[in-house]
Design a protein around this ligand. Structure first.
Ligand code: SF4
Length: 340
């Protein structure tokens, strides 16, 4: 999308957000191909949800694909869920089927399988974005058991991608108290290896009483240091709390971020998005995999988006989500409350 169109759609979307006017249909879908994972990372809520472990069948996937056809608004699909999507046996077939619909497509992975034939296949698949969840480039208490291995895979993938710049590569990390040096080391790695975007989010405090988050002041300092580290490089920082995008778009976001987040009243994530589980059930958020507002077999996309269940969720969202402030501009839950 060119800069002018991007600013125009940002302004239209911004106006809708400010006035709490949901788009007529969702623009983005997260599709959970599996909830089985080969890692067990300390900050991940997968085990807390205690979901029955399975992969999405091809039958459910094709039903989802047909469902997408009724969504004229749909712009983006992310293969994202509580498992490792690169382990799905039909991944390449699924990618081709979605790409044939002309949608922007990304996959979020722990990076452990991003190598060899899988990496070659992804490079040739036409997928638009690979998001690698990383907490550092070494081994340690916050992150994946094999930070070093994942860093090696990302570095080799970027080298193989070469000058084409496709697919985009994003590294996603979480803010941990005491993890600043580790995060800055990861940011330097991203910059030096030509990662396109570093995406930083807060810990979801609902299930992790043993993990600590930086205070709001510490959070601001860390993010400033990350910004300084990335200044002038080709790697962009994406972070809901301080802005995303580049140039004018980023400046506009900064100026109006509180308004865009409706003063923290509504979670910005649910504004244009739905989550489809391995079983074809639909939730308003990946972080609420048991809060189901319908399913793709018995309801149309429009029926769910404008239906009673989702309206009820939007009305009671703060009460249902409790202390989750992962996407809020400001921390809502103190970092040292009993919940954090
Ligand atoms: S507040 Fe958290 S759990 Fe609730 S919709 Fe937003 S991100 Fe999801």
């Amino acid at each position: 999308m060119n800069e002018e169109r991007s600013i125009f759609s940002f302004l239209v979307e911004g106006a809708r957000r400010v006035f709490g006017l949901y788009p007529p249909l969702p623009l983005r879908i997260h599709l959970e191909l599996t909830n089985i994972c080969n890692f067990s990372c300390p900050m991940c809520q997968r085990k807390d949800f205690a979901l029955p472990e399975r992969e999405m069948s091809l039958e459910v996937f094709h039903r989802a694909l047909a469902w997408f056809s009724s969504l004229s608004s749909l712009r983006e699909v992310q293969l994202f869920g509580w498992g490792e999507p690169l382990s799905h046996p039909h991944l390449m077939e699924i990618i081709s089927a979605i790409k044939r619909r002309g949608l922007y497509l990304g996959v979020t992975t722990n990076g452990s399988l991003l190598k060899g034939r899988m990496a070659d296949g992804l490079l040739a698949s036409g997928i638009d974005e690979i998001v690698v969840s990383m907490e550092g480039i070494g081994e340690g208490e916050f992150g994946h058991p094999s930070g070093r291995v994942v860093a090696g895979n990302v570095s080799a993938f970027l080298k193989a991608r070469g000058r084409s710049g496709a697919p985009r590569v994003t590294v996603r990390a979480t803010l941990h108290r005491g993890g600043e040096d580790r995060l800055l080391e990861l940011v330097r790695f991203a910059k030096e290896h030509g990662v396109d975007t570093v995406n930083i989010t807060r810990l979801d405090v609902r299930f992790k009483p043993d993990l600590r988050r930086p205070s709001p002041a510490e959070e601001r300092t860390i993010l400033k240091r990350v910004q300084m580290e990335l200044a002038g490089s080709g790697t962009e920082l994406a972070c809901t709390y301080i802005g995303r995008g580049k140039g004018l778009r980023r400046m506009l976001f900064r100026a109006f971020k509180s308004l865009l987040h409706r003063g923290g009243r509504d979670c910005p994530k649910i504004f244009d998005y739905l989550y489809i589980t391995v079983d074809g059930e639909v939730s308003p958020c990946c972080a609420l995999p048991r809060y189901i507002v319908g399913d793709i077999e018995s309801a149309t996309a429009e029926g769910i988006w404008r239906g009673r269940n989702l309206a009820e969720f939007r009305r009671r969202q703060r009460e249902i989500c409790g202390p989750c402030d992962v996407t809020s501009v400001k921390q809502r839950t103190p970092p040292h409350s009993p919940l954090a």
